[in-house]
Design a protein around this ligand. Structure first.
Ligand SMILES: [Zn+2]
Length: 307
């Protein structure tokens, strides 16, 4: 018996039951009116076109399934295939391409692409709160990736996408964001919002961090150019390790990525990193965490049906 032989990966009724247990731990809740007291289940009947997982709310008289209000809504793809897709994306350290999903799930490439982006939307973390409270240690680093097609190719990194990451050493969690420019004027508001003022902040010697010292009094930089690796606790090795997984994945699996989608890929890598084995989260739990987060995410795509 392997994880892939679980019933919810193959059987639609089992898939609904699995997702319902995660999203409705205390029983079904009507997404239309919030009622939960008079909900009845309607038996699936393909001949009469009664869908799987259908419920009816006695309060507002409306029908719904557990997919309403989740990233799986407005999709014709069967739920058990969605569960396979979520598992594959959660269990592959470097991610899985839409091409591969298309072949494995036997859906069209376009559908696989939409599914992957919706799952990334589920993975997008809510607010983790400011990093480094009570004088905790936070590493900050930047990296350059791909090619921002809106900019001409130049020497240096100006034409590449710029990604900023923070790692809170106490929790082992990362926060990643795509930024337009690596300038202190742009970085300060982002870092102020995401790092507590009393944190011990460690960066490299990039010029953009210098002026941040006025705000973060405990900011220290590692001088990589002078051959310095770190001074005791002052280093950025953790965040560099995070970026190395991100860059290997982006290179190997997601070769061409437009800037408007980059934040979703970033969210995917961040999700797996924050829910990694070293943080006590295995593949199965990581999948459950992603499924639990599938609800309440505003869909930024047109609500066109995904076939
Ligand atoms: Zn209702």
């Amino acid at each position: 018996m392997s994880i892939l032989s679980k019933a919810y990966f193959h059987d639609e009724a089992a898939a609904f039951e699995y997702l319902e247990n995660i999203l409705w731990p205390d029983g079904p809740v009507c997404p239309h009116c919030g009622g939960y007291e008079r909900i009845s289940k309607i038996k699936a009947n393909p001949e009469k076109r009664v869908r799987q997982g259908l419920h009816k709310c006695g309060q507002c008289k409306k029908q719904f399934t557990v997919r309403v209000g989740t990233v799986f809504e407005a999709s014709k793809v069967e739920l058990h295939k969605w569960l396979q897709a979520v598992y594959l994306m959660c269990a592959s350290k470097k991610g899985i391409s839409a091409h591969q999903l298309h072949r494995v799930l036997e859906v069209t490439y376009k559908t696989a692409w939409f599914m992957a982006h919706r799952i990334r939307e589920a993975m997008r973390s809510g607010d983790l709160g400011p990093f480094g409270p009570m004088g905790g240690q936070v590493e900050v680093d930047e990296t350059f990736i791909g090619h921002d097609k809106t900019r001409p190719v130049e020497r240096g990194y100006q034409h590449k996408h710029k990604v900023l990451a923070l790692v809170d050493r106490r929790t082992g969690k990362a926060k990643t964001m795509v930024v337009d420019r690596l300038a202190s004027r742009e970085l300060l508001p982002i870092l102020k919002e995401n790092i507590s003022e009393e944190a011990r902040v460690y960066t490299d010697e990039a010029g953009c961090y210098r002026r941040l010292r006025d705000h973060f009094l405990q900011l220290q930089s590692v001088k990589h150019n002078d051959g310095e690796y770190g001074r005791g606790e002052v280093h950025t090795i953790t965040v560099e390790g995070y970026f190395s997984i991100f860059k290997r994945g982006m290179k190997g699996v997601y070769q061409h990525c437009a800037k408007k989608h980059l934040h979703r890929y970033v969210a995917e890598f961040e999700f797996r990193y924050n829910n990694r084995v070293a943080n006590g989260v295995g593949d199965a739990t990581r999948t459950r965490v992603a499924l639990a987060a599938a609800v309440g995410k505003r869909l930024t795509y047109r609500r066109a049906n995904v076939e």
